[in-house]
Design a protein around this ligand. Structure first.
Ligand code: PEP
Ligand code: MN
Length: 378
């Protein structure tokens, strides 16, 4: 069989799979919810704003409260977070609402303070993920703990840098890791605040299939009206959850004022989302596989029938003293089927390979018939 089949680049890439082994995500020893939802203000600003936002989110069933207390700002002079005082408010959120809490850490001091005050989930911001020194320092500080860590994508679209941060954490013994797609910085101002590049988190998932991947529609969209469509797209693409900035009174927020939504608005968005759970998709997958099995069964049945006809032709050829190989007939057969393949948008080279294999087996069967007949004649 000599037909040239173009090499499938996807298949050859599979051999470059990552060696990273990541368990399914757990938080405080329990499997993470699907979809996993984190919500809360960009920043904890005051005790009241923090507790009130958390209470309202909890009333809608949100279980994980996010709030930044050390804020990386692009320019100096802005609100840089309340710092350590916010840890006390997060502790109160846990006590009053029973929610789990999450905050951003950018260095080993943040890690130490957050761990000491009992924060449940830490995340690495986009600017931190882009800095291997900072990621290493944080990974070292986390060593020996079993805390859950979320890794936002780096500001630049570099899957290696993103995976590199995950790998540094893994090397420090942290196994509860999830990645968060929050979009990538661009010079041009377009529809999005940070351009989503969906193929990058998808590439991460392809390389490390067990990695939990979340989406942050707030930092991608930068505007309330984009949160729903981006979230739906993320769900449709099989993301495992969302992190959404939510403020009790967005219009007076001290950071990321233009993208935060109220807990009520978040609740409406979550209710409207069509969430395709993995159970649904595995049912659908099962259905498709059953259909495929049926087609394979029919294919085999047809091939067996075809071979039976081939043997019949073999007997005819023996009777009429005809040779097994009839090149003109074979050329005719191939050209008709290749034309049909073209019409059906099936790869022509592939069909040539299939026909050649079938023909080879047909000839073998006929030669067998010839052998038997000759023996009978002897
Ligand atoms: C944030 O989540 O508030 C934040 C600062 O995000 P990012 O690191 O994605 O900019
Ligand atoms: Mn923010």
């Amino acid at each position: 069989m000599s037909a040239k089949v173009p090499k499938n680049s996807y298949i050859s890439e599979i051999f470059h799979e990552s060696k990273m082994i990541i368990n399914n995500l757990t938080i405080k020893g329990k499997p993470a919810a699907k979809p996993l939802i984190l919500a809360g203000p960009c920043s904890a600003e005051t005790r009241e704003q923090t507790i009130e936002t958390a209470k309202e989110l909890a009333s809608f069933g949100i279980e994980i409260f996010r709030a930044g207390i050390w804020k990386p700002r692009t320019k100096p002079g802005g609100f840089e977070g309340v710092g350590k005082a916010g840890l006390e408010w997060l502790r109160e959120v846990r006590e009053v609402t029973g929610m789990m809490t999450a905050t951003e850490v950018a260095n080993s001091k943040h890690v130490e303070m957050a761990l000491n005050s009992g924060v449940d989930i830490l995340w690495l911001g986009a600017r931190t993920t882009a800095n291997p020194f900072a990621v290493q320092e944080i990974s070292d500080a986390l060593s020996g703990t079993d805390i859950t860590v979320l890794v936002k994508n780096p500001v630049n679209p570099d899957p290696e840098l993103w995976l590199g941060a995950v790998e540094r954490l893994l090397n420090s013994g942290i196994t509860n890791i999830a990645a968060v797609h929050r979009g990538f910085s661009t010079y041009e101002r377009g529809l999005f605040r940070n351009l989503p590049q969906w193929h990058i988190p998808i590439e991460l998932k392809r390389r490390v299939p067990s990695l939990t991947v979340l989406c942050d529609p707030s930092h991608i969209g930068g505007r309330p009206e984009l949160i729903y469509p981006i979230s739906q797209q993320a769900m449709d693409m099989g993301f495992d959850g969302l992190m959404v900035e939510t403020h009790i009174n967005p219009s007076v927020a001290l950071s990321d004022k233009d993208q935060q939504i109220t807990p009520l608005a978040l609740n409406s968005i979550l209710k409207a989302l069509i969430i395709r759970t993995s159970i649904d998709s595995s049912e659908r997958l099962g259905e498709l596989r059953r259909e495929m099995d049926e087609i394979d069964e029919r294919l085999l049945d047809l091939i067996s029938k075809r071979m039976e006809i081939s043997r019949e032709i073999g007997r005819f050829k023996v009777e009429h003293n005809m040779p097994v190989l009839q090149p003109v007939r074979y050329d005719y057969l191939v050209s008709r089927r290749v034309a049909q393949a073209r019409e059906l948008m099936v790869n022509e080279d592939f069909i040539r390979v299939v026909l050649e294999a079938i023909h080879e087996e047909s000839v073998r069967q006929q030669l067998e018939v010839f052998g038997k007949e000759e023996k009978v004649k002897e």
